[in-house]
Design a protein around this ligand. Structure first.
Ligand SMILES: [Zn+2]
Length: 354
């Protein structure tokens, strides 16, 4: 019997053929089930041969008789061309994601899930930049970028996906270059269109999470309606001058509010100036976007407490976070008991009328 006592993440790239993987800290608890016969020979292996030697001594202490440790561990095993069983990841992926693989809350199954995930980013601008970069770095398998703008010089103060040399190119294309430079394994799909009543469902369908990085109200209201109808969690983020806010609207969860529980009707244009009109501190979308990326990763992995029913507000000047309770509004025009969906065109019209 051959037992590889490295951690799950370390074994993801492969282990000695025929070995059983049991992390060092679990061997003593599980050895009775794995090897009930104390006189059967057991060969132990780790990365370099130290941990396996410790485990061998511990097993000797509880009565196992025929123990051996692989000197030089898996490193030498592989170098000498002994048979290796491939892990769930190739060597490149195992190295790239090694810090995730070491986390029990992520590990090989979690990383596998990220690699199979699809996330739609509405907007490849201030919020979309940090979200895109960190989701690509984390190995989210498919990122769909939706944006119809071209890169302008005035974007570069905060939209860190883009570069001076790419001013004038479509943001989706510029973002794809940046994201694939960071992680060539991520599939980046680009949709250089504005999100509209006619295309919103077909564009976001088949995604696991949608990131709201929009800079206008028609898009936000359309997204909210489509995510609710398709039951896709929506990670909301917004920035204004020196403040920003984040929340998660998840129609799959009982009692989750929606965007319209927060903003029932679109505001008048004069009450809702965008970054181009009001200005924004350059680092602010970076901070808010990273909180969105954090929520997206948690939703994809099914870990932690998502920001559902909570609105997290950040004040850059005071350097304070404030959390507001955001319960579902039973009279919400979007998700309330009497809410009526009269089509996406209706929503688009209501927003432009304002
Ligand atoms: Zn609602």
């Amino acid at each position: 019997m051959l037992i590889d006592v490295r951690e799950d993440g370390e074994r993801a790239a492969g282990m000695p053929a025929g070995a059983i993987g049991v992390p060092m800290g679990e061997v003593l608890d599980r050895i009775d089930a794995i090897a009930p016969d104390h006189s059967a020979p057991i060969l132990l292996s780790c990365a370099h041969g130290q941990r396996s030697l410790h485990v061998a001594m511990a097993l000797q202490g509880i009565g196992y008789e025929k123990l051996a440790s692989v000197e030089g561990g898996f490193v030498r095993w592989a170098a000498e061309g002994l048979p290796v069983a491939r892990g769930a990841f190739d060597a490149e992926a195992a190295e790239r994601y090694s810090r995730h693989l070491l986390l029990p809350e992520v590990g090989a199954p979690g990383q596998q899930r990220l690699l199979q995930s699809r996330v739609a980013l509405i907007g490849a601008g201030g919020l979309g930049s940090p979200v895109g970069l960190y989701l690509a770095a984390a190995g989210v398998g498919t990122l769909t970028l939706i944006d119809d703008d071209v890169v302008e010089k005035s974007n570069l103060q905060r939209q860190v996906l883009h570069t001076d040399a790419r001013v004038g190119t479509p943001k989706t294309e510029s973002a794809r270059v940046a994201l694939n430079a960071l992680n060539p394994g991520v599939r980046v799909e680009t949709i250089t269109q504005r999100l509209r009543a006619a295309n919103v469902e077909s564009i976001i369908r088949d995604h696991d999470v949608v990131i709201d990085g929009a800079d206008n109200f028609p898009t936000r209201y359309l997204l909210d309606a489509a995510c609710r109808r398709l039951r896709i969690p929506l990670v909301y983020g917004a920035v204004h001058r020196f403040t920003g806010q984040v929340s998660v609207f998840d129609a799959r969860r009982e009692g989750s509010p929606c965007y319209r529980c927060l903003f029932p009707e679109p505001p008048a244009a004069a009450d809702a100036p965008n970054c181009a009109e009001a200005g924004v501190l350059g680092v602010l979308p970076g901070i808010i976007g990273l909180l969105q990326a954090n929520e997206a990763i948690k939703l994809l992995l099914g870990i932690g407490q998502p920001l559902v029913g909570r609105l997290l507000c950040f004040d850059a000047l005071a350097a304070t976070f404030r959390e507001l309770r955001l319960p579902r509004d039973p009279r919400c025009p979007g998700c309330g008991a009497n809410a009526q969906f009269r089509g996406y065109a209706d929503i688009e019209q209501a927003c432009s009328a304002h």
